[in-house]
Design a protein around this ligand. Sequence first.
Ligand SMILES: Cc1cc2nc3c(=O)[nH]c(=O)nc-3n(C[C@H](O)[C@H](O)[C@H](O)COP(=O)(O)OP(=O)(O)OC[C@H]3O[C@@H](n4cnc5c(N)ncnc54)[C@H](O)[C@@H]3O)c2cc1C
Ligand SMILES: *[C@@H]1O[C@H](CO)[C@@H](O)[C@H](O)[C@H]1NC(C)=O
Ligand SMILES: *[C@@H]1O[C@H](CO)[C@@H](O)[C@H](O)[C@H]1NC(C)=O
Ligand SMILES: *[C@@H]1O[C@H](CO)[C@@H](O)[C@H](O)[C@H]1NC(C)=O
Ligand SMILES: *[C@@H]1O[C@H](CO)[C@@H](O)[C@H](O)[C@H]1NC(C)=O
Ligand SMILES: *[C@@H]1O[C@H](CO)[C@@H](O)[C@H](O)[C@H]1NC(C)=O
Ligand SMILES: *[C@@H]1O[C@H](CO)[C@@H](O)[C@H](O)[C@H]1NC(C)=O
Length: 508
Amino acid sequence: MKLLLFTGVSLWSLASARSSASVVQTGSISTPAGTVEITKEEQCACRELRASFAKNVILPGQANYTEQTKDYYWDVRADLSPACVFVPETADAVASAIEIFSSCNAQFAVRGGGHMNYPGSNNIDGGVLVALSSLNSYTVNKDSIDVGPGLNWYNVYTALESHGRVAIGGRMKTIGVPGLTLIGGFHYFNNKYGYAMDNVLSYDVVLGNGTQVTAAKDSHPDLFWALKGGANNYGVVTKFTLKTYSVPKVTSTIQMFNESAFPQFFDAMCHSAMVDEEDPTAAGMIATVSYNVTTKVASASLLGVQEGVSMPPSKFANFSSIPATMRINNVTTMGQWSSELDSPKQMFRVMFSHKTMKPDSETILSIYKAWKAAVEQISDVEGLYPTFVLNEITPSSLRVANTNGVGNVWGLKAEPLMIWQFSTGWALSQDDLRVEAWSQQLTERLHAINQEKGIASEFVYMGDAGGWQDPFVGFPAENVNRMRDIRAAYDPSKTFSRLNWGGFKLGM
Ligand SMILES: Cc1cc2nc3c(=O)[nH]c(=O)nc-3n(C[C@H](O)[C@H](O)[C@H](O)COP(=O)(O)OP(=O)(O)OC[C@H]3O[C@@H](n4cnc5c(N)ncnc54)[C@H](O)[C@@H]3O)c2cc1C
Ligand SMILES: *[C@@H]1O[C@H](CO)[C@@H](O)[C@H](O)[C@H]1NC(C)=O
Ligand SMILES: *[C@@H]1O[C@H](CO)[C@@H](O)[C@H](O)[C@H]1NC(C)=O
Ligand SMILES: *[C@@H]1O[C@H](CO)[C@@H](O)[C@H](O)[C@H]1NC(C)=O
Ligand SMILES: *[C@@H]1O[C@H](CO)[C@@H](O)[C@H](O)[C@H]1NC(C)=O
Ligand SMILES: *[C@@H]1O[C@H](CO)[C@@H](O)[C@H](O)[C@H]1NC(C)=O
Ligand SMILES: *[C@@H]1O[C@H](CO)[C@@H](O)[C@H](O)[C@H]1NC(C)=O
């Protein structure tokens, strides 16, 4: 069976109308969306990069330009038109580029797997795009793996497969290693091994002045901590060393439910988040409800994975007892499983919005109903693809950071939480403002109800957040202050705050 997925189970064909940008004159690029100006600072950076690394610089109009500025991106809105693309092959080349950006005072963006979902989160108009795709080597060690930032999670799981080991990373095939690891990292096995960030043993980092450092428990420990959830506020990571675990086989489950089963489905999700074991069996899931505005049919899907062989998977017994429209359990490997779970790029314009709450299945059911009713208000939007996604945060998943002597920037105490998210896809740029405002307003309205009920959490996960959200508000204030102090020490000229476009920034 071949499944094509993004955050829900679905099939589609990718219609790609692409017209690559071309240079019409020095100082500007003409694109389908209009003219993009290139400042003299940005021209300086592209010129100096070409002088030192001619074969690694791609200009508008060249064949690879479209590949690097569009094909690698998940959200069509994130396709932008940089003045040039730099594709470094070594960490030293990344360091030279950062020195050039700093000396030219040029704006730049960095792209790993290209999954972050809004314009400017990982690409740039006019400035320089640093595309990490060629930093794609890896080394498998006894109980860790060294990974270049050009790799995706499928690459990592397959590299480890013959060793019978897994790393803690993304749940879909083509998500990038670097973005996910720098913002947290939800995997099926969080309940036992913590988040991707908790499993990084060391980071090789290029700082804002071009210096390269290794951040680990005993080498720049303050930077090591700040990189565990601190995103791209400190530097460009050129190598991650990730812990691995012996998990030769996994048991997977795919289950689908019709709307009659939703109350039980949400209840099983909430119970799963609340499981509080000292020594858990690694298992977890992603739950998605999709609603088709044409057929008016809603269906829920569960993608679950448990470590080891357990048929049927014991950790999903609460779901397995609900009448399903489809249920497939399988014993497989993490590599094989992830090979089936694609999230094709360039499928649509797409926006995420989410909030977090204490698990409460009746409230989740009412959020679902409010969402479904609200979808009708935008049902005329072309290519509308609305989904409602749930992700659990279990107490044991948070205990890993609380007991490993390092911690992470989230600073969450060990209690169950549920992230509820709207992922909304659509086709045309003319609907951007309407769909974006709809998604944000609906999310804020429902969160306000949870605040009143006293069941809201202010935690915001960068991976599920829209560009309008501020994850730093959800971290403890002392952690944010510490993150700023660490920035002052490692990036005193604020290269990554002034010049580097990207997802979630600490602010000036
Ligand atoms: C379909 C889909 C499924 C998802 N599933 C999951 C999931 O299972 N678990 C989960 O936790 N999240 C998930 N996410 C969210 C995902 O983790 C984020 O989108 C993440 O940013 C992806 O990493 P990337 O390398 O692909 O992203 P990119 O868009 O390439 O990068 C994200 C950010 O990190 C910066 N960055 C990239 N590389 C570096 C580097 N080497 N050094 C410094 N900064 C860098 C970029 O500039 C950008 O700001 C999913 C997203 C999508 C769209
Ligand atoms: C551009 O594409 C060609 C052909 O696929 C490839 O050989 C070359 O290395 C690419 N250049 C860059 C900078 O990625
Ligand atoms: C299953 O649900 C019961 C309550 O009905 C709960 O006590 C138990 O912890 C749940 N188990 C899992 C693995 O979610
Ligand atoms: C929902 O699915 C269950 C289990 O397959 C089935 O018995 C039931 O008739 C379905 N209900 C509707 C309304 O389709
Ligand atoms: C079950 O797992 C096997 C072995 O990894 C794989 O070949 C097969 O495609 C899987 N089947 C399903 C239905 O997932
Ligand atoms: C909704 O259902 C219609 C009719 O079956 C189908 O053509 C369309 O692709 C579906 N839309 C989505 C977003 O799945
Ligand atoms: C670069 O920045 C780091 C962190 O602030 C500092 O320790 C180092 O001395 C700087 N190197 C140079 C060459 O300025």
